[in-house]
Design a protein around this ligand. Structure first.
Ligand code: GLY
Length: 411
């Protein structure tokens, strides 16, 4: 009897392992299969939208998708938009997964127009624009021209750094309200600086990125490890003067994507520096997200963890996709909690793949529905597809595949 119970338990666990492995393999293969078809459809949707551009849009140089317009059309953006690097990045991820030169050609085509951003010192979004496009392109092709663009872009980004404050200035708008605004999102732009340090050997890049992360760690977080969206610094005293939100529910709430930017950002900073405080911060943010009482069962958060009408609030699929990327990598740095972090990330990507997928050959070629750009005030892009949700979803899938095959989630 005892033997047959052991045999049954062993068979069940073999079935469970096989099923889990099969599900894991399936979600990656199935999602990339869908993405392959849907991104080919996106090219058609982009061409149709381009056939109907206004003279202003032509003048601006719009070329790449961001979301839906208010009337349900495809919104195309120019390189200046903070989202211009994501669609090219998705095409690089397709090339990475498939090895198919046709994706490389398309990735090169959509990456090229972003080059002019390398000298745009008026924004902190350089990493989103240049690293998601040229950064992935350089990682996969070692094209020396891409390396030069990355270095020039990183050098431009450093012009926004103030050594006294120890942070990169995020925005130049609302000068009547803010003196030196720094947003949690800016953690994501540091990867470009670490890449420039590794390529050039110039420690200025490393120091600026690390100082920014340390300053943010000191001033952006509450005792529960949730983060403020915006911290405005006094330029004379170099101390925080305002802590508030711009895209979240209110100044004391936890804007979901902001929490994910922090998680991804500190995980990446730990990878690049080995500083234990960055690992501890990433773990604390991961636990805040994964154990939040308002996190739905499918692990795709509402747009703000404190949105007032939960559960009748829009979700933010992009917040789940970004968090999944961070969690996969973090799972490799924390032996004690790694399995838990991977389980959360798996739940996120499985939910996104099963229940948030856009219509094949519809939805203007986006991969995922139900993201939220901003729910603050009247809100914008609420419950829309967003190109960065798609980009980080593909990245999460690649990280998952690499982690399960090679034990590392570093692409
Ligand atoms: N600043 C980028 C975002 O909306 O998350």
């Amino acid at each position: 009897m005892k033997n047959s119970i052991i045999t049954l338990a062993m068979s069940l666990s073999i079935v469970a392992c096989t099923t889990t492995a099969k599900q894991s393999a399936d979600v990656v293969a199935d999602s990339f299969d869908f993405a392959s078809k849907q991104l080919n459809y996106a090219f058609t949707a982009i061409d149709s939208a381009k056939a109907n551009l206004t003279p202003e849009q032509i003048e601006k140089g719009v070329f790449t998708p961001r979301s839906f317009t208010k009337d349900g059309g495809l919104s195309l953006i120019a390189s200046r938009d903070w989202c211009s690097g994501f669609f090219p990045g998705e095409l690089w991820y397709m090339y990475e997964y498939t090895g198919d030169e046709a994706w490389r050609k398309k990735a090169e085509e959509f990456t090229a127009p972003v080059e002019k951003e390398k000298t745009n010192g008026g924004t902190h979004d350089m990493g989103f624009k240049v690293y998601c496009s040229f950064g992935n392109g350089y990682r996969l092709t070692k094209n020396p021209a891409y390396r030069d663009i990355i270095l020039e872009a990183a050098s431009t980004l450093t012009t926004r750094y103030n050594d006294k404050i120890g942070a990169i200035r995020s925005w130049d708008h609302h000068k009547d309200v803010w003196q030196y605004p720094v947003i949690i999102d800016n953690m994501m732009n540091l990867e470009l600086l670490y890449a420039a340090f590794k390529e050039s050997g110039d420690s200025t890049y490393y120091n600026i990125a690390t100082n920014h992360a340390l300053t943010t760690l000191k001033n952006h977080f509450r005792d529960d490890f949730s983060s403020y969206h915006v911290v405005d610094y006094d330029t004379v005293t170099a101390t925080p003067r305002i802590k508030q939100t711009h895209q979240g529910y209110n100044d004391e709430s936890a804007w979901s994507r902001g929490q994910s930017w922090g998680l991804y950002g500190y995980t990446m900073c730990y990878r690049e520096t080995g500083l234990p405080e960055f690992l501890e911060q990433a773990k604390a943010i991961a636990n805040y997200i994964g154990e939040h009482p308002n996190m739905p069962e499918d692990m795709v958060p509402y747009w703000d963890y404190n949105a007032p009408n939960i559960p009748d609030e829009p979700r933010d699929a992009s917040a789940a996709a970004v968090a999944a990327c961070g969690l996969y990598e973090l799972s490799t740095y924390d032996k004690e909690n790694g399995a838990k972090y991977k389980e959360w990330a798996d739940k996120m990507v499985e939910s996104l793949s099963s229940n948030y997928r856009a219509t094949l050959n519809g939805d203007h070629g986006f991969l995922l529905l139900h993201s939220t750009g901003s729910g603050h005030g009247a809100g914008f892009e609420m419950d829309y597809p967003l190109v960065y949700a798609d980009y980080y979803f593909l990245e999460a899938l690649l990280k998952k595949a690499k982690l399960e095959k090679e034990g590392t989630a570093i692409l």
